[in-house]
Write a protein that binds this ligand. Structure first.
Ligand code: CMP
Length: 241
């Protein structure tokens, strides 16, 4: 299941090093460190729809996204799914369980076919101990995530569903989870998936999208939202604030 498909060649060591240089976990790492990591990581492939790991699993590795999009989510006691983040290369995730020797705090799902480079926890912790830069980089990621969560808590507590949905669409745009085929950016998500991100119901999202369409900042099609006017979405968020 996780074996490399024979038709897709593995990146060479040099290609792995060149890629790892772009990963925030290894920002400012020297060539020697990048070489150590390139030799230590294992490549795994996950078809779209496959779960990489589930909330509560033992965390055995940090995942560096090489290809594809991953969704991180949690299910609350009422059975509602909350999407925490959608990630794309060169982002990494799954560092919290190895750091604490605890359980996975969220479930990771391959939204598209995914290739990840796994850095197993013994290697990860060894790197943290021997290369302070790696520890600093992890701290920077955790701080950025906390800042993002603070912003989100503030925005998602607004009453206005239009603002919540505008915020989610902007987040998807800013994190590159949009398709660009020469025209305006397109979000390929269902109303339910947007609701899981905005912490609201599908019906509320549908109404909010209609309102945003009325403002001519987006255009909705089945399973597609075209972002016609990104600055307009920002203005809506700003006006509500
Ligand atoms: P871990 O707990 O090992 O497995 C789930 C991973 O999801 C976690 O490590 C983090 O890397 C990531 N994660 C958890 N919460 C968030 C969040 N709010 N935003 C982005 N990523 C998260």
């Amino acid at each position: 299941m996780n074996e490399a498909a024979p038709d897709v060649p593995s990146p060479t060591r040099d290609e792995r090093i060149a890629f790892l240089r772009t990963v925030p976990l290894f920002a400012d790492a020297d060539d020697r460190l990048l070489g150590i990591v390139a030799d230590a990581v294992q490549r795994r492939r996950f078809p779209a729809g496959e779960v990489l790991f589930r909330e509560g699993d033992v965390g055995e590795a940090v995942y560096v996204l090489f290809e594809g999009v991953v969704k991180l989510s949690k299910v609350d006691l009422g059975g509602h799914e909350k999407t925490l983040a959608m990630l794309r290369p060169p982002e990494y995730f799954g560092e919290m369980a190895p750091l604490t020797e605890g359980e996975r705090s969220a479930t990771a799902l391959a939204v598209e076919d995914v290739t990840a480079l796994l850095l197993f926890d013994d290697d990860f912790r060894h790197l943290m101990r021997t290369h302070p830069q790696v520890g600093l980089n992890v701290n920077a990621t955790l701080a950025a995530r906390l800042r993002g969560m603070d912003d989100e808590a503030q925005i998602l507590s607004y009453q206005d569903a239009q603002g919540r949905v505008a915020y989610v669409l902007l987040q998807l745009y800013r994190s590159g989870i949009v398709h660009l085929d020469g025209g305006p950016p397109v979000v390929h998500l269902t109303h339910q998936e947007l609701a899981n991100m905005a912490g609201t119901s599908r019906e509320t999202v549908t109404r909010a999208l209609k309102a945003l369409e009325g403002e001519r900042v987006i255009d909705t099609r089945p399973k597609e939202i075209v972002l016609l006017h990104v600055e307009g979405l920002e203005e809506i968020l700003h006006d509500i604030r």
